[in-house]
Design a protein around this ligand. Sequence first.
Ligand code: WT7
Length: 632
Amino acid sequence: MTKQINSFEEYQSEYKKSVKDPEKFWAEQAETFTWQKKWKKVLDWNFKEPKVKWFQGAKLNITENCLDRHLETRGDQVALLWEANNPKEKARSYTYKELHEAVCRYANVLKKNGAKKGDRICLYMPMLPELGIAVLACARIGAIHSVVFAGFSATALADRINDAKCNIVLTADAIRRGKKEIPAKAVVDEALQTCPSVKKVIVTNCAGIAVSWVPGRDKWLFEELKKVSAKCPAEQMDAEDPLFVLYTSGSTGKPKGVVHTCGGYMVYAEYSFKNVFQYKKGDVYWCTADIGWITGHSYIIYGPLLAGATTMMFEGVPTYPDAGRFWNVVDKHKVNQFYTAPTAIRALMAKGLKYVKPYKLSTLKVLGTVGEPINEEAWNWYDEHIGKGKIPIVDTWWQTETGGIMISALGDKGPRKATYAGYPLPGIQPVLLDPKGKVIKENEKEGLLAIKYPWPSMIRTTYGDHERCRMVYFSAFKNHYFTGDGARRDKDGMYRIIGRVDDVINVSGHRMGTAEVENAINQNEEVVESAVVGYPHPIKGQGIYAYVITNGKIKDEQKLRESIVKTVSKEIGKIAKPEKIQFVPGLPKTRSGKIMRRILRKIAEGNPGQLGDVSTLLDPSVVEHIKKGYLK
Ligand code: WT7
């Protein structure tokens, strides 16, 4: 097992070591895993191409590290605990032995249906244990999993399946979320009309609803499981073989497949999990994220299981049957570490304390947040009412591309400060840059957040398009990975994340590219052009404000608004719905045709007073029009 840091002094000395000799530091952590073959070289890199190779020549299978190696030491300990959407439904649990067997069986089902090492398999699943098992089953046989959050539309799903040319889709009949049942299989059926690469669909029976069926292509999981054995040897993988693809949004219209590889990701997922959450044997750890996001990959499945932890999955939503569900589940399963998003905290805070009061919450030891900056009010509420003022809050900053937590407190080991993520983890070397790329050395300054040295779980490429990876992350500043975030460093060297500096909006912790949403809006016949920006939203963090130019022929504005919302839901999913849609005669553009989003953002924020210089605009008068029509 990798090293667990026990004090702030120890953190400081580990950090120093990790910067002085990163290869030695990570080799020592990596030693603690099960490798089928040792590496020849710890690290080979340049950020120019970029090329990043950790533990070259090493062979392993991550599931042997998540499962097999624990069988002797903790075979009968609960590995995966599952709480259903409906509180009346019995919770399910798998010991390490049982999970190992379930993963092997599922892996054999995949093989039987033609899956091979290197294939891409798409998962579009509800938060059932079968989702976690399926992820590991892919890894077991060396297939690359691509989990798509089951809130995405059929169109968005099809785009992702086609980009990775998946040959198998794993899904369920339906998704249960609160009182709702969403027909997942029907979404997959619709998507597959445009996905020629998919040969098999394996369906978990979740809600028992009627589904349409393509004989030969579609298989029920429960029937397939009857036909396979419980033994499945782990495929031998190279440390730099891809483990998974996960699609995420950026400033362009097309989501990109972030690729993570087997060896480095494994080492960093376990190391960061154990240290940030200060997990101790016997603890029950719960991360409320969906496995469709990186948080679920690294901190529901891989990190905890690598560390031999008991990890909980929750199928439902925070407000069902009422806004006390999280706290009810914490008491019910005696949760010790609880990890959620600021947007959930704000939503529950708004419902009032009466939903918190009935619960003891006495087992909690560490609270975590992730996904967006946490505002002071939400931080204080979390601290006072959930932590009872006694437990550390870890505000963890990271990204799909970083694979693991980069800046965070380590449980109660060391200083914490509201709204500050804190210090970098050992091995992580952040810098603040000015817009010209000059490193800002002084503290108490703001800048662009970049990382100057590789870490084991960093992005290796964007699927099928390495040049895109270089352009997006490594071209803005020479020899740096650029995060897209702005940050501030205080006098003690702690980091506070301010937010995105690019065209990315963060709605309820979900990343959305402005261009993606605009493309969807522009699908409407009446729409000529559009521009979307984020504005402060009390619960979601940011909401989407859309400025739309129409062809002038619209009779019913409300109807067009509805139609726009519908297209966005269809093209991307409900999570990308614009909150406000303002019809405008024109957009503020420079003479070269670039939309000045800064101006649109100010207006959407309700701050039209300080628009700054508008003299470079092609037509400054359009700004007055837009200001007048501002939707409060
Ligand atoms: C973006 C990454 C990493 C899992 C969830 C989101 C924002 C993330 C924090 C935090 C302030 C944060 C950043 C980042 N973000 N965590 N603790 N404080 N901002 O993953 O979808 O890849 O989004 O989320 O802007 O760049 P993601």
